[in-house]
Design a protein around this ligand. Sequence first.
Ligand code: 5GP
Length: 118
Amino acid sequence: SSTESSTPSIFSRIIAREIPATVVRETDRLIAIEDIAPKAPVHVLVIPKTERYRDVVELAAGDPALLAELVALANEIAAERADGEFRLVFNTGENAGQTVFHVHAHVLAGGLKESSLG
Ligand code: 5GP
């Protein structure tokens, strides 16, 4: 389709095992990996295997069931890795700090009560 790029995203290359990553969970349609530059005691990225959606707005419009799967997996990871409570961040657009345009959620957990957003 017109939204497919010729160059695989960094996350597609991780999913293809062309680039190493620490895989936390994998399902038919999602992969969860440790962020390479963690910003919290738990910092996992939950990533749809398809790179057809560049951000959460496109994902929500195009495959809301996949977005719901992503949220459920984030919850499971937070339950396993922390106290079940977590922050789910989707940077959306360059000016919001998005650097990889293959939709992914940051699952941040572990003692974030005192840390403000941003
Ligand atoms: P964004 O800024 O697009 O929301 O998030 C991209 C995230 O991907 C960043 O937190 C960054 O640390 C992480 N990241 C970028 N490249 C790699 C990589 O090669 N491996 C892993 N595990 N994380 C990466």
